[in-house]
Design a protein around this ligand. Structure first.
Ligand SMILES: *Cc1c(COP(=O)(O)O)cnc(C)c1O
Length: 245
């Protein structure tokens, strides 16, 4: 690429942003007495083009995440030659399960039994094993799904058992998004600590389900402190997204 091309400028910007996020993760690990290698950075590339995914791969990123199948499917296809693992982190309709199973290595947003059934059928059909995380919504009432997806905490065990017993699926752990409204708004660290407790309970029965996916651009330090294994960082790496709607 030419040194003064727009692509070179974008690469320089992503390099700088990634370095800053990496510094934040490392400082948080030091402060929490954790090892950097116990944490995985997942870069959330939603709304950004495949060309950015390509630049991120050149810069050493190995995990990327998307939240809408319509955008993710063509992007993953355009980047199929890159050594990347794809994480699906958005609310997922059962009729998109088959498409997602075609490119995703992990689905972080498993939040209802019907989705487990659909993902299992899709994984069998595409002959790809799917790593599944149960998404927990701490603002959801008992027995319901949260506004931004996720099962209420009392639904985790049944979902986890369903995933563990489903062909084509692998139970990998738990995920949450800190609530923006309700009693838990602004209390990300407490939420992440509760997720960690749920994870500890889950691992008693399923020791391999050790992924704890928590923390985004604004609260990754809290997530590291609370024991997350995966942080999902979008805007701090790629820039602020245009607001939808
Ligand atoms: C967009 C998104 C992220 C990343 O959010 P940023 O604030 O841009 O870091 C993480 N997790 C999920 C589920 C998302 O939808």
């Amino acid at each position: 690429m030419a040194p003064d091309s727009p692509e070179a400028a974008r690469k320089a910007e992503l390099t700088k942003n990634l370095a800053r996020v990496e510094e934040r993760i490392q400082s948080a690990c030091v402060a929490a007495g954790r090892k950097r290698e116990d944490l995985t950075l997942v870069v959330v590339t939603k709304t950004y083009p495949a060309s950015d995914v390509r630049l991120l791969a050149e810069l050493g990123v190995r995990h990327v995440a998307e939240n809408r199948d319509q955008d993710a499917a063509p992007k993953a296809a355009a980047c199929a030659d890159l050594p990347l693992e794809w994480h699906f982190v958005g609310q997922l309709q059962t009729n998109k399960a088959r498409s997602v199973a075609g490119y995703a290595d992990y689905v972080h947003s498993v939040d209802r039994l019907r989705l487990v059934t659909a993902l299992s059928a899709a994984a069998l059909r595409t002959e790809r094993e799917l790593g599944c995380l149960v998404q927990v919504a701490f603002d959801a009432a008992s027995g319901t799904v949260g506004e931004r997806g996720g099962t209420a905490p009392d639904g985790v065990t049944a979902l986890a058992e369903a995933v563990a017993g489903a062909q084509g699926l692998r139970l990998d752990g738990v995920m949450t998004v800190a609530p923006l409204t309700g009693p838990y708004a602004g209390r990300a660290e407490e939420v992440f600590e509760q997720l960690r407790e749920i994870s500890t309970g889950l691992r008693a029965a399923h020791p391999a389900a050790n992924m704890v996916s928590a923390g985004m651009s604004s609260d990754l330090e809290e997530a590291v402190r609370a024991g997350a294994t995966h942080v999902r960082v979008g805007s701090a790496v790629l820039g602020d997204r245009p607001r939808l709607g």
